[in-house]
Ligand binder design. Sequence first.
Ligand code: PEP
Ligand code: CO
Length: 448
Amino acid sequence: MTNDTRQWTPDSWQSKPAAQQPSYPDAEALHKTVEKLSKLPPLVTSWEIEKLRSQLADVVRGERFLLQGGDCSESFEDCQSDAITSKLKILLQMSLVLTQSGRKRVIRIGRFAGQYAKPRSSETETHNGVTLPVYRGDMINRPGFTKEERRPDPDLLLRAYERAALTINFIRALIDGGFADLHHPEYWELGFVRKSPRAAEYMQMVESLGESLRFMETLTGSTIAEMNRVDFFTSHEGLHLWYEQAQTRKVPRRPYWYNLATHFPWIGNRTRSLDGAHVEYFRGIRNPIGVKIGQPITPDELVALCRILNPENELGRLTLIHRFGADAVERELPPLVDIVQKHGLAVVWCCDPMHGNTEVTSTGVKTRRFERIVRELELSFQILKEHGTHLGGVHFELTGDQVTECVGGACGLTEADLTRDYRSSVDPRLNYEQALEMAMSLARLMRQ
Ligand code: PEP
Ligand code: CO
């Protein structure tokens, strides 16, 4: 394995084994589509990417906190104004809680505008004696269980790119129009905020944030400009390498290659093999990147991964998103933190308390328990602190809607409630009330 970036090209991953890729029946159709994709204008700019890199460097220094969240898997059907605004609203509300009560500036990264491809544990699925390719996300095939729907269709790559563009366009317009202005948190109020068990606590934070802003503005005699426009960044798992390659570009006056389909792509836990195509692709792009870290991983493997993906050991380039589960984190995380500290590797430590805490109920429904999610966060804060470093961020699967997919929390959802409004086609998400409550628990942990 070489770290020599001179030998890297946007398509050099093709000479390595690529896990979790669909097999397209018509290779020529795929290549024509990738060609079309690569001619479309980018979704994000190199300036934004550089800005996020530098803000993530602040996280390494303990000066900012990263909040990343959104659906496990976006669907084409959910590319609608209501679904997008409610996702934006819950992330804004959570970040307000973390800023006000956790006392840190917050970077907001949505799991949206491209989260359309999913890794799966098996290639096929069998029902009533019929075996078909598994559903791999709206970018690749369709969820319905027919041969036609499960056939990987290259055209869906273009449809995904267009929907990502529609999503990001709407988010930018909302933010430019003042939707995210901290002077007007009432814009982000979701219909049911007042019914939430945590409503009073949240409203009090909004109130006291307003007071602090007014106080500062009286003192300085001007409006605090940074508060009028908060930043929002996009992210998705960089799983489908043809899609990622198509938007990998050089821009004028910069020496680097950028993935211009998203600000912050990450490598999934199943595709981070040192000799695999994903690590090869990711090592050559300039974007700040994430890597999911779960079992099985050894300390030596983690060091090798950091050296390949961040050979210059630059602050803000690499975020390690650990996801061991509340039961395993005390055993798995300390040796990794030890070795990263020992080698002086600059990383953002981010906890994904969702993917290690998935369980299946006795009636066969996939769920996650609020209390276990909080427990993994609590342990992660503690472990990193004990090792002389800090937890820099969190990664959630959540939605701004009142779905019933995870159990527990102050809203008291039980297993019996799961059938009421379970919408996710892949993993269970925190609903609006659970997400807001999670932010409050998190803020408490940040203050400790
Ligand atoms: C995910 O984030 O939806 C996911 C599949 O995570 P992981 O790679 O950690 O399993
Ligand atoms: Co998931």
